[in-house]
Design a protein around this ligand. Structure first.
Ligand SMILES: *Cc1c(COP(=O)(O)O)cnc(C)c1O
Length: 399
């Protein structure tokens, strides 16, 4: 059988769009100046940096002075959390986050715990959303920061960001959201969302890898975590990565312009895939039925290992994941899926399909053609047979 090239792992990273690559190209060998240099090469680079910042600021409805370019989504999360925590420690040392955050957030919080901060990790419901009542109850007099992701990278669930903003504002607590999965798919208007800090990155929206952005509302107290030459108004030292910054601005512009139309197209394809896959016996949908990213589908297949499914699909040229790239090295059930109350034995069979620009209906039809047979074959070899009724009963306890 011919091998295809069906990439359904856009939540892990995307290819760079040709328009983005073209926009970046001149900044490698010709316009390579250092923006901090006073010669005209430097001034040209500085101009490119200024334009990129202005473009990005307009796209997220912020001021250029509120936009900081950093080295990745991970760095942005680290800077937001550690930077706010350290700058506001006189006010308090308590932070609130949730159990299904990306490791960049979870591990930044863990690092702060070692420095004497206290962190509350909120539970999520069966669909992966935090409960606003839990959030209200967790707030203390010394709470300085709430950090809750916009949309989850594994199960696609969208968190109630506007409601969280309202609660944070009422209590005078800063609110950061990790929006790495939301760029190009959902509104990232910081005023409309009401957030104080927001993280985005290039590698999830058809821009280059290794570039991130932190929006910091004017007036928010934050300290740098990287020290040096004082670039980015002292918040992120290091010579600016001009090609990637230019590419990121271009990618964000293209993503936000095509967002509505592309989301509609992806939802149709995603729902076709969902319907077809859920017709396979003993399957469940992970994440929220409606409040989810347009391109994300996460399905639990009982009595099979997600990794076996990945390998079988890979051999046919179909690329999917079990969860986040960072946890897929260890063969543990996804901490995100298990946090929704899904028992381990079925969480193990979870597979994420994340669609994107190049995904066609033909791709979806092909997956629907081959996957039911693969599942059947794997189940025939499987020593386990779970009781789906019992699984559902267990899962529904986390209403
Ligand atoms: C990808 C991702 C990150 C990390 O971004 P990098 O640019 O790879 O460091 C953080 N949070 C979420 C939700 C992500 O999807």
């Amino acid at each position: 059988m011919e091998t295809r090239d069906i990439y359904l792992d856009h939540a892990a990273t995307t290819y760079v769009l040709p328009e983005v690559k073209s926009a970046m190209d001149p900044y490698f060998c010709e316009r390579f100046g250092n923006p901090s240099a006073f010669n005209s090469k430097g001034l040209k680079a500085k101009g490119a940096l200024r334009n990129a910042r202005k473009t990005v600021a307009e796209l997220i409805n912020a001021l250029p002075l509120e936009v900081y370019f950093v080295g990745s989504g991970t760095e942005s999360d680290n800077l937001a959390i550690k930077g706010v925590a350290r700058a506001n420690k006189e006010k308090g040392r308590h932070i609130i986050t949730c159990k299904i955050e990306h490791h960049a957030v979870l591990d930044s919080c863990k690092a702060l715990e070692k420095d004497g901060y206290e962190v509350t990790y909120l539970d999520v419901d069966k669909y992966g959303q935090i409960r606003l009542n839990d959030l209200k109850k967790a707030i203390r007099n010394d709470t300085i920061l709430i950090t809750i992701m916009y949309a989850n990278n594994e199960i696609g669930t969208i968190e109630p960001i506007k409601e969280i903003s309202k609660i944070a504002k009422e209590k005078g607590i800063l609110f950061h959201t990790d929006a790495c999965q939301a760029g190009g798919q959902l509104s990232i208007d910081v005023k409309e969302l009401g957030v104080d800090l927001m993280t985005l990155n290039g590698s999830k929206l058809y821009g280059p890898k290794g570039i991130g952005l932190l929006y910091v509302r004017d007036g928010v107290k934050i300290e740098p975590i990287i020290h040096g030459g004082g670039q980015e108004k002292g918040l992120r030292s290091g010579t600016e990565n001009i090609p990637s910054i230019v590419g990121f601005a271009k990618a964000l512009e293209l993503a936000q312009t095509s967002k509505d139309e592309e989301s509609k197209r992806l939802i149709l394809l995603r729902d076709k895939l969902k319907k077809g896959l859920l017709e396979i016996p003993k399957t469940l949908l992970n994440g929220h039925p409606t409040e989810r990213l347009p391109n994300n589908l996460n399905i639990a297949f009982a009595d099979v290992e997600g990794e076996s499914i990945i390998l079988r699909l890979d051999a046919l040229g179909i690329y999917v994941s079990t969860g986040s790239a960072c946890t897929s090295k260890t063969l543990e059930a996804s901490y995100v899926v298990t946090a929704t109350g899904m028992p381990d034995e079925i969480a193990h069979g979870s597979v994420r399909f994340s669609l994107g620009h190049r995904t066609t209906e033909e791709d979806i039809d092909y997956v629907l053609d081959v996957l039911p047979k693969i599942i059947e074959e794997l189940r025939n070899m499987s020593p386990v047979e779970v009781d789906l009724e019992k699984i559902l009963e267990e899962w529904n306890k986390n209403e």
